[in-house]
Design a protein around this ligand. Structure first.
Ligand code: DHB
Length: 382
């Protein structure tokens, strides 16, 4: 949807094929932390008004271990305002409202979407809607269809390289209409596993605990969840936890994944279709945004100047940022989670690294610049 808006601004016609309906997407709970790059794009697209009113700007972030907490002042370390708390569902609402106002072409409930002939100059896409088959001949196809989508499969095996790690645990998350224990986020490393206290607003908590991959939601009634959450945060923070009934509860697996290249012929991959990060650090949505910023620029050159320089460098330029975010998300996951294979040595090393982060300004600056989001990679000659 960000790309559809960017292309409209560039005067390029696009059709968005969406498998779900609008209500499903607006109800689907996802992360809620926007990097400045995403905040600025919302504003640039004229979609930032509600975010400016309802979003929460966070200049700091907290890490806790052994019941102790320290704060990293991201704003001071980076000169950036920090992060914006504004749920992905809210972002989607604004994108759809804006799309409606502009008359962008979105086909909801598009089934069996399939790109064809992406290796040639005249690709097409077919889909079915309400039992009727459709076909669109186009100049480029952009696969924004997620990890499980069909687009990546259109790149021949001989061309595509993938890199993957599935983590041996998941995140159990809840939403509850209660104030969070702290006005800023708390990432917590505890012997029993990771916990994260985040929020959607000053009165709506989002809380996560690391859990086993074989755990079932039925085994986690709210009381058990809050007990575990408080235990991991330690007594001082637990005293500020307000419990309330959850209105959403789900378990998500954690994965690091990158597919290279992100372009084949007239097919471009963006977002989760090409890469997955574990959620620690909330990079997923923000990486999809940086992909499409680079891609929209490249497609603008392609359509208006008939130059292929931008599209030829799209994959390398997007991947340069993707890999750095993959590294940070992998590192932050490793620093804060309990790994089943971890023995006493690794645990002590985690504690030492957290202590280093607590006491070193240099380490805090390195953390902060990754957390708030690295700049787009410079163009490189190809
Ligand atoms: C949230 C999710 C994350 O993965 C994270 O690192 C921070 C916040 C969230 O859901 O608010």
């Amino acid at each position: 949807m960000f790309l559809a808006h960017l292309l409209r601004q560039a005067g390029i016609d696009a059709v968005v094929l969406e498998r779900r309906d609008r209500a499903y997407i607006e109800d689907r709970v996802r992360a809620g932390l926007l990097e400045q790059i995403t905040v600025e794009l919302m504003t640039r697209l004229g979609l930032g008004a509600r975010m400016a009113r309802e979003g929460l700007v966070h200049g700091g972030v907290n890490l806790a271990h052994e019941g102790q907490m320290f704060r990293i002042d991201m704003a001071a370390a980076t000169g950036s305002p920090g992060m914006m708390i504004y749920g992905q569902q809210e972002v989607m609402k604004d994108l759809f409202d804006g799309a409606e106002a502009l008359g962008l072409n979105i086909v909801f409930d598009a089934e069996a979407v399939q790109p064809h002939d992406v290796g040639a100059d005249q690709p097409s896409v077919t889909w079915r809607k309400d039992g009727v088959e459709h076909r669109l001949d186009c100049e480029v196809v952009v696969g924004c269809d997620g990890y499980h989508g069909v687009s990546r499969g259109c790149i021949p095996d001989t061309v595509l390289q993938t890199f993957e790690r599935a983590y041996p645990f998941g995140w159990l998350g809840i939403l509850a209409e209660v104030p969070p224990p702290n006005h800023e986020l708390i990432y917590c490393n505890h012997e029993r596993g990771f916990a994260l206290a985040t929020m959607r607003s000053a009165t709506r908590s989002r809380a996560y605990v690391q859990c086993g991959l074989d755990e079932r939601i039925e085994d986690w009634p709210d009381e058990r969840f809050w007990d575990e959450f408080e235990l991991r945060l330690g007594p001082e923070i637990a005293a500020k936890v307000v419990r309330g009934p959850s209105f959403e509860k789900s378990i998500a697996p954690l994965r690091s994944f990158v597919a290279e290249p992100m372009r084949h012929g007239r097919l471009f991959l963006a977002g989760d279709a090409a890469h997955i990060v574990p959620p620690t650090g909330a990079k997923g949505l923000n990486l999809a945004v940086s992909d499409v910023i680079v891609l929209a620029e490249a497609l603008g050159e392609f359509f208006h100047e008939r130059s292929t320089a931008g599209i030829d460098s799209y994959s390398a330029r997007a991947l340069a940022r993707v890999w750095k975010a993959e590294r940070f998300s992998w590192w932050f996951t490793g620093l804060t989670h309990r790994f089943p294979e971890t023995g006493g040595l690794e645990r002590r090393l985690q504690v030492a690294e957290l202590e280093y982060l607590r006491t070193s300004q240099a380490a805090q600056t390195a953390f902060a610049e990754n957390y708030v989001g690295l700049p787009l990679a410079q163009r490189r000659a190809v």
